[in-house]
Design a protein around this ligand. Structure first.
Ligand SMILES: Cc1cc2nc3c(=O)[nH]c(=O)nc-3n(C[C@H](O)[C@H](O)[C@H](O)COP(=O)(O)O)c2cc1C
Length: 212
């Protein structure tokens, strides 16, 4: 397998300063809409969430973006999970969207703030009952002896809550990542990619072109 011989050109498009929205959230909205409309991505809302623990050790995993506005980018998880513990110790996180068929990536850096009970309850109960029970059955990131142990715990909870509402586990909830910096990247010919960084400057956003 000769990985060094594998290469392709990036030439789908280019990104010019005058095309950019002054507001990075609007720029994100534009690209997200294009990503959805392209039908080239199976999970356009999937993003890598990177965290750093109290010992400065990084880790990352994919989560789904469930909403965004100027206050933040929201996702849901188990707050006792590995990522939840990291965020508890260090709320600075990075989000990354890898939209490779579009030759685009977006990076966002910010601090994660837990969502309130009302918002957590609303989203939790909007999910299919099976997913609600699965959230109850899984102590995310902890070891489990076997798939059978997990399945039988899930099946017994499913029976328990057959005719009643599933209570949201206190550990289950969302975070909103308040953005401090964005980068929009568009692949360019000969590896001369277009990169624009938005960084927060008081109430405004400063836009800087970065070298590829
Ligand atoms: C496409 C995709 C979407 C996912 N969405 C979520 C999600 O929204 N929330 C979540 O907690 N885990 C999600 N996961 C699972 C996480 O990647 C991860 O395995 C899990 O959250 C445990 O991570 P941790 O042990 O680092 O905390 C998703 C995985 C994939 C591949």
């Amino acid at each position: 397998m000769d990985l060094q011989a594998m290469r392709r050109e990036y030439g789908l498009g280019s990104l010019h300063r005058e095309q950019l929205e002054t507001d990075p959230v609007k720029q994100f909205e534009k690209w997200m809409q294009q990503a959805i409309d392209s039908n080239l991505l199976s999970d356009p809302t999937a993003m890598t969430l990177a965290t750093v623990d109290a010992q400065h050790m990084p880790s990352q995993r994919i989560v789904l973006l469930k909403g965004y506005d100027h206050t933040g980018f929201r996702f849901y998880t188990n707050k006792n999970s590995h990522k939840g513990q990291d965020i508890n110790d260090n709320p600075q996180v990075a989000l990354h969207f890898a939209w490779l068929p579009l030759e685009r990536q977006i990076s966002i850096i910010g601090s994660a703030v837990p969502l309130g009970d009302d918002e957590n309850d609303r989203y939790f109960h909007s999910r299919p009952k099976e997913s609600q029970v699965a959230a109850l059955a899984s102590q995310q990131s902890r070891p489990v002896e076997s798939r059978d142990v997990l399945e039988s715990h899930y099946q017994s909870l499913l029976k328990d809550y057959e005719n009643t509402e599933v209570p949201r586990p206190q550990s289950w909830g969302g975070y909103s990542v308040h953005p401090q910096q964005f980068e929009f990247w568009q692949g360019g010919q000969h590896r001369l990619h277009d990169r624009y960084q938005y960084s927060k400057d008081r109430e405004n956003w400063r836009i800087t072109r970065l070298q590829p």
